[in-house]
Design a protein around this ligand. Structure first.
Ligand SMILES: *Cc1c(COP(=O)(O)O)cnc(C)c1O
Length: 376
């Protein structure tokens, strides 16, 4: 039996809602389903405002505009992340300053952030890797002490919490992804900007509507709409929102199902002899969403053998980010502050096992068997 690494989630209701949207009189953004989704997020995240976007990348770009990044500003983030975390700020002229990660969670090491702060620093961008929260209390304290903005890249973090607070709602702004590889999708591509600081409420709508005050016009707050600021087209279509609504209705089912697979892996591996490999670590005060199950092997060479071994059983498993500071654009637009003690070494050890909504027990058993055989 072939086991793929990922299957985009599908719960059953998406088709009906997409058809409904197709046959409605409004299929551009902010229609019936778009409003329904945003209301759902505002209630479940208990935040002042959320805006659906075409991608998490777009939401991060909006965040960079909202905090008014100017050429020469510095933005602190981990190097172990997706390109969009950096690009969104580079597009506004920022210089990226990378900080090392913690080897246990693969998240930015909060203890190394302060040394990277200069007079030009404008923001910190924690990335909640695998849907496991960064140390947000410490990060917010540092940010407040230095007057910095915090933009949470919570692309992988929907349904996860830190000290009971949903990821994405702790910083000034947060971003989710609904790409097909994430826990919830709006039909392949999509994202959400989470606005926690009331100062951004009005401008966020303007930036998203091509720099016009069209949202105010639709609500009857101005009598004509016009060009008032910079902006772009950051609205997803109704078809994407309709697809997403099908998943929001089933958000707990999706979450529970993924967590069950994650737990099955963890049960199977956690009692193996120490030193064979490292397992994911979830701090006590973090609830995760089973976005990812990974193992960390001895080194790059063993990881390559491991991926080959699983491939022979038709099991798709993959490695993840090549640290951005060693990428060609990273050399141009960024610098690594301090010593790369963990980022490169840990990234070379990490391999992700198949996990997706609806993964059967048979598939889990087959993956577990192949992994145990590798270490036998
Ligand atoms: C997936 C991901 C993104 C980008 O999301 P898109 O919706 O594809 O733009 C950004 N950051 C992280 C950490 C991600 O995992």
């Amino acid at each position: 039996m072939k086991i793929v690494f990922n299957k985009p989630p599908l719960t059953g209701n998406e088709q009906q809602y997409v058809l409904q949207a197709m046959h409605s009189s409004k299929i551009s953004g902010d229609g019936f389903f778009g409003k329904k989704c945003q209301a759902w997020f505002e209630k479940n995240l208990a935040c002042p405002k959320t805006l659906l976007t075409p991608s998490c990348t777009a939401a991060l770009e909006m965040a960079a505009i909202l905090i008014d990044i100017q050429p020469g500003d510095e933005v602190i983030m981990p190097s172990y992340t997706f390109v969009s975390t950096a690009n969104a700020f580079v597009l506004r002229g920022a210089r990226i300053v990378f900080v090392d990660i913690r080897p246990d969670t693969m998240n930015i090491d909060e203890a190394k952030i302060e040394a990277a702060i200069t007079a030009r620093t404008k923001a910190i961008v924690p990335v909640h890797y695998a849907g496991v929260g960064c140390e947000m209390d410490a990060i917010m304290q540092i940010a407040n002490r230095h007057g910095l903005f915090v933009v949470e890249d919570a692309a992988q973090g929907m349904m996860s919490t830190y000290e009971g607070k949903p990821l994405g709602t702790i910083g000034h702004l947060g971003a989710f992804s609904f790409h097909e590889t994430k826990n919830y999708t709006s039909g392949g591509e999509g994202g959400l900007l989470i606005i926690n600081d009331e100062r951004f409420l009005q401008r966020s709508e303007i930036i998203r509507e091509k720099g016009t005050n069209r949202s105010l016009f639709f609500r009857g707050e101005v009598d004509k709409y016009t060009w008032v600021d910079i902006g772009s087209s950051y609205l997803p279509s109704e078809l994407q929102s309709a697809f997403l609504w099908g998943q929001l209705e089933k958000s707990d089912d999706i979450n529970q199902n993924r967590l069950a697979t994650w737990d099955a892996y963890h049960q199977a591996f956690k009692n193996l002899p120490l030193g064979l490999f490292d397992l994911p670590f979830v701090p006590e005060h973090c609830q995760h969403n089973a976005h990812m199950y990974y193992l960390k092997l001895k080194d790059l060479e063993q990881r390559t053998q491991f991926i080959e071994h699983l491939k022979a059983y038709d099991i798709g498993c993959v490695f993840h980010y090549i640290p951005l500071h060693s990428a060609p654009a990273g050399l141009n637009f960024a610098e690594f502050n301090g010593v790369d003690q963990h980022t490169t070494i840990e990234s070379e050890r990490l391999v992700r096992l198949p996990i997706y909504f609806g993964m059967g027990v048979d598939e889990q058993t087959q993956v577990i068997k192949a992994v145990l055989e590798f270490f036998a």
